[in-house]
Design a binder for this molecule. Structure first.
Ligand code: ZN
Length: 277
């Protein structure tokens, strides 16, 4: 999970261009509420450090439909905005969903859900590239008991301290990985609770576990084929170097970083890598 870079395009100009691209009546109606929308953008930007305080205006009927259509009805100015957000991200993470770190970021999430906050349908700070699985699980989730449930990749401070843990176990000679979360020392309950809800709501621990057999088997095969290690030490060195390479690209709590360190700590896994010399 790495932080995302927000778009620098003027959001009021983007809204105005999208409204102008709409057919006559809808375009006219959008222009009538444009000033009001710009004020909500301002409130959003001012509340960015604590979006849990944001309240929906409660728009309904045509106004809600018009605003939702700004996102669902594709126009050139919207495509330009979405392309801008994608292209701003660092290459290693440009195509990877940072909510999970598993799949490609082939959709956009509305951080404040579009069905509750249609006023932010095309507001760049509210649009985060993510995969369709995360998008589906996140759905309309925003607050529970007044607390945000999903990490905001534009503005939350992402922890470098290790909180994701893995344990590799064997059943019928087949390795599998079980993930868990551990509160690091010095990290507040509030910070950790946001991490816990993010991982729970997006079903991340389960999704990491389901993806792990493929990584475990590929890594083992790669070590046997290319490293041809004669000693456990050489296998461990390879796994830790690989963990470091992934850490540099994706951050310390990426599921593959943790998994490679887990492999380096599993005596049976290392022994298995040495079987074919
Ligand atoms: Zn995802």
């Amino acid at each position: 999970m790495r932080k995302l870079v927000p778009s620098a395009l003027d959001p009021t100009q983007v809204f105005n261009e999208i409204a102008s691209a709409k057919r006559l009546e809808r375009g006219e109606r959008l222009k009538i509420i444009a000033l009001e929308i710009y004020n909500y953008y301002k409130t959003y930007s001012e509340s960015i450090s604590d979006l849990s305080a944001m309240n929906p205006i409660g728009l309904s009927g045509l106004e809600k439909e018009d605003l939702e259509d700004c996102y669902s009805g594709k126009t050139n100015p919207l495509n330009k905005l979405l392309a801008d957000i994608r292209e701003l991200q660092d290459l290693p993470i440009r195509n990877q969903c940072q909510y999970c770190g598993i799949a490609s970021a082939n959709t956009f999430d509305h951080y404040l859900p579009i069905s509750i906050f249609p006023e932010f349908a095309v507001f760049s700070l509210n649009l985060l590239p993510c995969c369709d699985t995360c998008n589906k699980y996140k759905s309309n989730i925003f607050l529970v008991d007044g607390k945000r449930q999903i990490i905001n990749l534009y503005y939350d401070n992402l922890l470098s301290e290790r909180y994701l843990n893995v344990s590799i176990s064997y059943k019928d000679d087949v390795p599998s990985a079980e993930y868990s979360l551990i509160q690091p020392i010095g990290i507040s309950d509030n910070q950790f609770s946001l991490i816990q809800s993010h991982y729970t709501k997006l079903k991340l621990l389960e999704r990491f576990r389901n993806r792990s057999p493929e990584v475990l088997s590929e890594t083992q095969s790669s070590i046997k084929t290319h490293i041809k290690a004669k000693s456990n030490k050489r296998v461990i060195q390879f796994l830790l170097e690989e963990a470091q390479r992934l850490r540099d690209r994706f951050s310390n709590n990426h599921w593959k970083v943790v998994l490679h360190e887990g492999m380096a700590n599993s005596y049976q896994f290392i022994e298995d890598c040495r079987l074919t010399k």
